[in-house]
Design a protein around this ligand. Structure first.
Ligand code: PHE
Ligand code: ZN
Length: 849
């Protein structure tokens, strides 16, 4: 059993396991509540280890028998496994255990989802399948036999034999247990083939439940595009005869990169124009790529221990973002990533859950699959590439794959490769992995005798466990513009290493206008009081698409803050400048849609908090609403042309071009709805032949309080489609008026289709509530209390998803005393729940600080 008494594990305590595993043979006799797992494992003493203690992990297993070299042994049973005297030479361990997949609601280990068996072993799920040294530095070759009457029986690697009621699989590539997978079910496949660059023919399959086979084509194209891209850009080829993807409905995360057998949350692979939005398509393409890219960055080269999680995740996120940039638009991808980073990672890094990209301790590793490890981890790779240059990056990556293929590695190994490839000393750069918190970068400027000087000061506020911060290496991409908008200095990367540092640009005729942190070259908060005129100038002239967008975003933020704190009206100068940009048909519609997006209400709350103003969620909501209203009114004259321009007459394609048009059209529809009360939206809702148009219309109708009929007909149309119903559940809460959000969420939890044990459905409602800033933070505390009630209920079934959803409370210290007290009371109530899981215990105690 997992026990709730917190035990902290430290990076500094790492010790190799006393044995190496030569091979693993597993036999599964699948029965819903009495599955037998027979293991036969060869162990040899590990020459790199001194401690020869033979201790295996195991949780929630019923031990039937244990043998060493054929003789029965009686292990000492521990809370989290067993221990037994073992020979100091090669030996064979055999065990038989019984497990109950059908009763497994935590969705870790072997479990059942809609009648199919599937597994989730990362990070520590394999120990719920059999006794094993369940740690990523123990790698081995696996042979698996599955016995079941179900027609489709899958595991890692290549199929070796099969017959009536059984199948055998062999994975020739040594792997850690967290990459083990097994699937058994009544499934149908969408097959295809791929010929690798060296001419190897690979069988590809996407396996789904009958009825979903028409939703696989897009995922398959994305898979083939990923395979080709990794060959072309990283020189990495696939290494088995077969690659399988399986869609499952009950899954805690997005997807999992098990060797040769990726398992996906069905929401991250199934797609059709009628049921999926453009955003869904783009996300599916990215996740398929992400899991596929793990084959090299994660599987062939894995992590020594879970503290090194960013070694595979940061790099793989970085790789999938490069892929999306290549498939679609690089500036649009960059802006979207930065919105995401600021929306999820910054609040994490600036609150009680702040931790380094490579944490130094944890109680439950599941709690560290975070935006910091993933997204900031990817930013760190991007900075490294910017600092060393593209050629050196390519050289270092080749060296990484050559040197470490087949190994379980550390961040030290990763950085050493870059040091060896470039001759650079990366010891200061390494602080990006050990220091938590978001650095803040202040800038001042001077112009004298043709020389322009930029002076930067960096400073990172204290974070939990880290009061003092050292200066970090910041790549600051800067360009200089002349008053007429021409670029006098193209993008230059300044390498800042000191707490305070100046950089000079000489030979200039006049004081230039700087464009700083182009492309968001470092994940910092830029503290620069740029004048409104200067931002307006950059919005009009900046040659860097990111900073052009950023100028508008800054103006929007500053304008909204002034509306909230000083009661002024909308910034009409900015609205007019933005109007010109949005009407400019030479600009990519997707980019213009991003120009139109306003800072989130949570972001505004954070800004106010940093300025020493206690954020009032309702005031923030009202200002945002007023601004949108003013925008709609003052832009009425350009809307007809935008409607024309964004019409898609070709057959639906979820590509960058069409989805960009539809994204801009959605913003236009939102403005039209403010002007006509929902007439156009209603017509669009009724005639829409794809989910993007249907859902954008429904969103507008909800916001206009005119959605009652549409919600009913949407339900009738889609009640049998789980993934679409998740949208129906989520949107009603996320788009509700603040006063209605918690009530709406509560009503939905009483709905017949609220299958709360399904993580997607639970997240739809409560993720929707958390996203509704003013609704969640309703002054009466009803949003907080409802979420706390349900987190307590879910924790008994699914600790991992519960702990993850506790992050809705991570910004609690920003708000007024009354809200703080209410949130604290909720967190305390959760923490005092009897039998609370280790996952949620750790999260709540960190949140309370
Ligand atoms: N390793 C998975 C990924 O990043 C995420 C994951 C973690 C999935 C833990 C399940 C459990 O692609
Ligand atoms: Zn990953």
């Amino acid at each position: 059993m997992k026990d709730a008494s917190p035990q902290t594990i430290y990076l500094k305590d790492y010790k190799p396991f006393g044995y190496v595993v030569d091979d693993v043979h597993l036999t599964f006799k699948l029965v819903p509540n009495s599955t037998r797992v027979v293991s036969k494992i060869t162990f040899s003493p590990n020459p790199d280890a001194t401690d020869r203690q033979f201790r295996l992990h195991g949780e929630q297993l019923k031990l039937i028998s244990a043998k060493i070299n054929g003789s029965d042994v009686s292990p000492v049973m521990l809370d989290d496994g067993l221990m037994v005297d073992a020979p100091n030479e090669t030996f064979v361990w055999e065990a038989e255990v019984e497990i109950a997949p059908e009763a497994n609601t935590a969705l870790e280990g072997l479990y059942m989802s809609n009648g199919m068996y599937c597994t989730q072993c990362e990070a520590e799920g394999f120990r719920k399948i059999t006794y094993y040294p369940d740690r990523p530095d123990v790698m081995s070759v696996f042979t698996v036999r599955i016995e079941s009457d179900l027609p489709v029986l899958l595991s890692n690697g290549n199929p070796v034999a099969q017959g009536e009621g059984w199948a055998e699989w062999h994975d020739p590539w040594p792997k850690p247990a967290y990459l083990f997978a097994l699937v058994a079910g009544d499934l149908v496949n969408h097959p295809d083939r791929f010929v690798t660059q060296s001419g190897k023919d690979v069988e590809l399959n996407i396996w789904v439940r009958p009825g979903d086979e028409n939703k696989c084509a897009f995922g398959m194209e994305a898979l083939k595009a990923s395979m080709r891209w990794d060959e072309e850009v990283y020189g990495r080829e696939y290494d088995l005869d077969i690659f399988n993807i399986v869609a499952v409905d009950d899954f805690n995360m997005g997807a999992m990169e098990n060797k040769g057998l990726n398992i996906f949350n069905s929401s991250c692979v199934l797609a059709s124009p009628e049921t999926s939005t453009d955003a869904n398509f783009e996300r599916i393409e990215a996740i398929i790529a992400h899991e596929y890219f793990h084959n090299w960055t994660g599987n062939r080269i894995t992590c020594r221990d879970w503290f090194q999680l960013c070694l595979k995740e940061g790099l793989t996120v970085y790789r999938d973002s490069q892929f999306t940039s290549d498939m679609r638009s690089a500036p649009v991808k960059r802006i979207s990533d930065v919105i995401e980073l600021r929306g999820r990672q910054f609040p994490e890094d600036q609150g009680p859950l702040s931790h380094p990209v490579r944490p130094e301790s944890f109680q439950e590793i599941n709690n560290f699959y975070t935006a910091t490890v993933y997204e900031k981890g990817a930013e760190v790779i991007g900075m490294l590439k910017l600092l060393v240059g593209d050629d050196a990056y390519a050289k270092a990556l080749d060296m990484y794959f050559d040197r470490h293929d087949g190994q379980a590695c550390t961040i030290e190994d990763w950085l050493k490769v870059f040091e060896d490839a470039t001759g650079r000393d990366l010891s200061q750069f390494k602080r990006w992995y050990s220091q938590s918190g978001t650095p803040r970068l202040a800038v001042s400027e001077k112009f004298e005798d043709g020389t322009y000087t930029l002076t930067f000061k960096q400073h990172t506020p204290p974070t939990p466990g880290q009061d003092v911060k050292e200066p970090q290496v910041l790549p600051i991409a800067v360009g200089l513009l002349a008053q007429d908008g021409t670029e006098v200095t193209p993008t230059t990367v300044l390498e800042m290493t000191e707490a305070e540092q100046s950089f000079e640009f000489s030979g200039l005729d006049a004081k230039p206008i700087p464009s700083i942190l182009r492309g968001f070259s470092a994940p910092v908060v830029l503290e620069r009081t740029t004048s409104r005129e200067e931002n307006l100038f950059l919005l009009e002239h900046d040659t860097d698409p990111f900073n052009r967008w950023e100028a508008s975003r800054t103006l929007a933020r500053e304008g909204l803050i002034a509306m909230i704190t000083d009661g002024v009206g909308s910034d009409t100068l900015w609205l007019n400048a933005l109007k010109t940009a949005v009407a400019d048909s030479t600009l990519d519609p997707a980019y213009r849609a991003l120009l139109l997006s306003l800072p989130t209400q949570s972001e505004l709350a954070q800004t106010l908090f940093e300025q020493g103003v206690t954020p009032d969620p309702m005031a923030i909501w009202t200002a945002t609403d007023t601004l949108r209203e003013d925008m709609a009114k003052s832009w009425a004259d350009i809307l007809p042309a935008l409607v024309e321009e964004t019409k898609v007459i070709e057959t639906f394609k979820p590509d960058a071009e069409q989805s960009g048009k539809r994204a801009l059209a959605a913003s236009v529809l939102a403005m039209q709805t403010r002007l006509d009360g929902g007439a156009v939206a209603k017509a669009q809702f009724e005639t829409a032949d794809n989910m993007t148009l249907q859902l954008s219309a429904l969103t507008c109708l909800i916001q206009a309080d005119a959605a009652e009929d549409a919600l009913k007909s949407f339900y009738d149309q889609w009640k049998d489609d789980r993934l679409v119903m998740d949208k129906w559940f989520g949107l009603q809460v996320a788009a509700a008026k603040p006063a209605d959000a918690a009530k709406r969420a509560k009503t939905l939890t009483e709905h017949f289709d609220f299958d709360w044990k399904n993580p997607n459905r639970f997240r739809a409602v409560f993720g929707g509530l958390a996203m509704n800033h003013a609704g969640f933070h309703n002054a009466d505390g009803s949003g907080y209390a409802l979420l706390a009630d349900w987190l307590i209920k879910l924790d008994a079934k699914n600790p991992q998803t519960t702990a993850r959803m506790c992050t809705a409370f991570q910004t609690w210290k920003r708000y007024d005393a009354d809200r703080q007290a209410k949130m604290r009371a909720c967190l305390t109530r959760i923490s005092e729940t009897k039998g609370l899981s280790r996952d949620t215990t750790e999260m709540v105690s960190r949140l309370l600080g």
